[in-house]
Design a protein around this ligand. Structure first.
Ligand SMILES: Nc1ncnc2c1ncn2[C@@H]1O[C@H](COP(=O)(O)OP(=O)(O)O)[C@@H](O)[C@H]1O
Ligand SMILES: [Mg+2]
Length: 294
């Protein structure tokens, strides 16, 4: 499968950046936003994204309509998904969410233009895949885990406050995982990216076991066809993210936890397998977390 895919790849160059696709495409429409300085061509979403720069201003441009290397689906579906994401970014605008600036159809596909955020992705599978995420001193996740607890708590606060806002707007996070967290190691700022699949709440799992998300942070509901996908689901996801950023990720023992016991208890309650034992809203979870902090 892997080899079969790789033999059919074509290489394209935009400005000084090379990337691969399964089929050639015209990217002339991208020039209006400036020169390409980086590309994200290894996503399985069906989107290919570019960092572009013009007059010292940087943008992140996400495009659906081509066939990226790791995409096995239909470009039309990726286009539909990206179009549907526009009102989601508009409804959930927040200081800790990357900012959508523009969106438009191209000859074949659809593009979203965001402000560039100078952050590094905490699950950068394309540059630090597999074990390297945890062991390579250059990996953003590795470097993040070396930061003092105060800084990591501040990052979690950004994540929790954004998701409390998501809940207040009657949305539910879908496919939120550590790959959606961008951390700027210079300014110590955190932003969330890739909220494309967030939906109106409550929703249901319409995919079964392969529902969106990572097994590092998916709740039991996110494996079961027809299960509720709602605030209580997101409570689990946020608790699991806390274990990723402060603890032993899927090893949720106290010995791997870098913060205090009070916070551990809040996080453990959030990741109860039985959804009835968790906090019943994201706000309740965040309030409990903050009350331990203060
Ligand atoms: N506004 C942004 N500024 C800088 N980098 C970004 C921005 N948004 C996303 N990225 C980077 O691009 C990667 C791919 O974006 P993502 O939204 O996850 O694409 P996809 O929809 O294909 O999954 C992210 O993991 C992140 O590293
Ligand atoms: Mg993504």
């Amino acid at each position: 499968m892997e080899n079969l895919q790789k033999t059919n790849l074509i290489t394209m160059t935009l400005d000084k950046v090379d990337f691969q696709l399964q089929e050639e495409q015209n990217f002339d429409w991208l020039k209006q936003y400036g020169a390409v300085f980086c590309v994200f061509d290894q996503q399985d979403s069906g989107n290919i994204s570019f960092g572009v720069e013009k007059d010292e201003r940087k943008f992140f441009v996400k495009y659906a309509g081509s066939k990226p290397i790791d995409f096995t689906g239909n470009p039309e579906d990726a286009i539909e998904r990206l179009k549907k994401a526009v009102p989601v970014y508009q409804s959930l605008e927040h200081q800790h969410l990357i900012k959508l600036l523009d969106h438009f159809s191209t000859e074949i596909g659809y593009a979203l233009v965001f402000e560039w955020f100078e952050g590094e992705c905490l699950h950068s599978h394309w540059s630090f895949g597999g074990i390297a995420k945890y062991t390579n001193p250059n990996s953003p996740f590795y470097r993040f885990k070396k930061l003092e607890v105060e800084k990591r708590l501040k990052a979690l606060d950004a994540i929790f406050s954004f998701h409390t806002y998501v809940e207040s707007q009657r949305y539910v996070a879908v496919d939120f995982y550590d790959g959606s967290i961008l951390y700027d190691f210079k300014s110590n700022e955190t932003k969330i990216c890739d909220i494309d699949f967030y939906r109106h709440s409550p929703s249901i799992n319409d995919f079964g076991e392969d529902f969106w998300g990572s097994n590092r942070s998916k709740s039991p509901e996110e494996y079961g066809l027809g299960a509720p996908i709602d605030s209580i689901t997101n409570v689990f996801n946020l608790g699991a993210i806390a274990f990723g950023l402060l603890g032993g990720e899927r090893d949720r023992s106290f010995s791997k936890w870098d913060a205090n016991q009070g916070l551990y208890e809040v996080a453990i309650k959030a990741v109860e397998e039985d959804r009835n034992k968790r906090y019943s809203t994201v706000k309740e979870f965040y309030d409990a977390w903050k009350s331990v902090l203060n």
